[in-house]
Write a protein that binds this ligand. Structure first.
Ligand SMILES: Cc1cc2nc3c(=O)[nH]c(=O)nc-3n(C[C@H](O)[C@H](O)[C@H](O)COP(=O)(O)OP(=O)(O)OC[C@H]3O[C@@H](n4cnc5c(N)ncnc54)[C@H](O)[C@@H]3O)c2cc1C
Length: 434
């Protein structure tokens, strides 16, 4: 497939499109890809001249891989060296396993997670855009254009760009969400995450260590690198010089002997870090006539649940499916499709948000309930598989209030060893041997 057109900010562009997308993060590029594949003319406006070089989203779930394969993105990522991760193990600080998720048990042709750097994922999406998509970088969207109650375009560089559909993919602080009168009240977690990139020869492993000091998560990246996240208090690293950082890294390592294989690489890389705040939200409404929120403009979960990019991709895929069913871009047809998008996505995002929050409490909370839930889920084959299915993006598997009592060990589960039907079929067909 040929690539979308990537324009510099001083290049002329039309002022009428089928869809205009604000933001070229994972959500915006996914929306552009999905809408472009319907044959629509799409303009993407991105305020940054270049993609961000940050560690922000590196793990793609199996549910996204089916969509990304269809778009040609998964093949590009694999050609660029993306790694398949087949299981995730939550461990005690000394490395003892407490809960194991085996993605090979999932009912999908691609039962693994795929890991690559965030800029490479953005590049693969950008390179897979269909020909009807134009990307304009260095273009700040200043606000919405309305005709009566309907959003009919955006203002950019003092020019009105009109479109049958405006997609707000402008991230967590979305200006377009605010202008559309939509809200997304945020709850902050009490901790931050410090991200390190470790180099050197270290064994590939995807483990979440649950320690007295909080979460330590490591997974491999292409080129023999390792991503390490360390949960920290808000001001834990503030003002630390080289000696302070060395003492801090020694404390982290002492509190987590499971990290011994990466200890040297961690000490060597500790000065180069990103510290990120952590929040969650779900907008009570994702659309108004003429406009849809996709990605973090509409929802946010704890990053360690590895759901953000995946939910953004699912948003884009669902939005395009609803528009395709409508069959035209007349205002009333678009708005009907938007209402259906809102209902379908809020249902799923509500469950994903809840499961992600519970998973985050298990691995970061250092609370009695989180610890009990980790032990209970780790020991319960049925619930563990249902949680993995929901998090994989392959479909929501609801847990009942009684399941939650089983999870925290308040009520014994007579069905704890009984795999869900979908997992029995997959294992019976030989997938467990993978
Ligand atoms: C530490 C960390 C780890 C994570 N790990 C994972 C993971 O492993 N798996 C996963 O699925 N997710 C993960 N996530 C979440 C994931 O990165 C995000 O959910 C996803 O990238 C969100 O994409 P987005 O496009 O909605 O927002 P953004 O990436 O914020 O993109 C918004 C874009 O809009 C542009 N923009 C904003 N305002 C304007 C404007 N007015 N005009 C023009 N352009 C504008 C911005 O410049 C930006 O490029 C992680 C997040 C963090 C912080």
């Amino acid at each position: 497939m040929s690539h979308g057109h990537d324009a510099d900010c001083d290049t002329d562009y039309d002022t009428e499109y089928d869809a205009v997308v604000c933001g070229a993060g994972v959500a915006g590029l996914s929306a552009a890809c999905a809408l472009g594949r319907l044959g629509h003319r799409v303009l993407v406006l991105e305020k940054r001249p270049e993609p961000q070089q940050v560690a922000k989203g590196e793990v793609l779930q199996p549910g996204s891989l089916g969509i990304l394969r269809e778009w040609g993105v998964a093949d590009r990522l694999e050609a660029a060296g993306a790694l398949r991760l087949e299981h995730l193990v939550a461990r005690a600080a000394d490395g003892t396993p407490r809960m194991r998720l085996d993605y090979g048990h999932l009912p999908t042709p691609q039962p693994w997670l795929l890991a690559h750097d965030y800029p490479t994922i953005l590049r693969a999406l950008g390179d897979s855009l269909p020909p009807g998509v134009e990307v304009r970088r260095g273009a700040l969207v200043e606000g919405l254009v309305r005709t009566g109650d309907r959003v009919t375009g955006v203002r950019c560089d003092g020019t009105a760009v009109t479109a049958a559909l405006v997609v707000a993919a402008d991230g967590v602080s979305s200006r377009l969400r605010r202008e559309a009168g939509l809200t997304a009240p945020r709850s902050d977690y009490p901790h931050r995450l410090a991200a390190f990139e470790l180099t050197g020869t270290v064994p590939p492993d995807f483990s979440a260590y649950v320690t007295d000091g909080g979460l330590r998560l490591r997974y491999p990246l292409p080129g023999g690198r390792v991503r390490l996240y360390v949960q920290v208090a808000a001001d834990e690293l503030r003002g630390l010089g080289p000696d302070g950082l060395r003492a801090w890294s020694d404390r982290v390592l002492r509190g987590c002997p499971g990290l011994d294989p990466v200890a040297e690489a961690f000490r060597a890389g500790v000065a180069d870090r990103q510290v990120l705040p952590v929040s969650r939200t779900l907008a009570p409404a994702l659309t108004v006539p003429g406009l849809a929120l996709v990605g973090e403009s509409g929802h946010l979960v704890h990053p360690m649940a590895a759901q953000g990019m995946n939910s953004s991709i699912a948003d884009a895929h669902t939005l395009a499916a609803m528009l395709r069913q409508g069959g035209s871009l007349q205002d009333d047809v678009v708005d009907h499709a938007l209402r259906r998008y809102d209902t379908a996505r809020r249902h799923d995002l509500h469950h994903i948000g809840r499961t992600s929050h519970n998973a985050a409490r298990m691995i970061t909370g250092r609370s009695w309930i989180g610890d009990r839930a980790l032990t209970g889920t780790g020991a319960n084959d049925r619930i563990r598989h249902e949680v993995m299915h929901t998090m994989s993006g392959l479909g929501i598997r609801r847990l009942t209030p009684v399941d939650r009592l089983h999870q925290i060990g308040v009520l014994p589960d007579p069905r704890a060893a009984r795999l869900p039907g979908w997992a029995r079929t997959v294992r019976g067909s030989g997938a467990a041997a993978r």
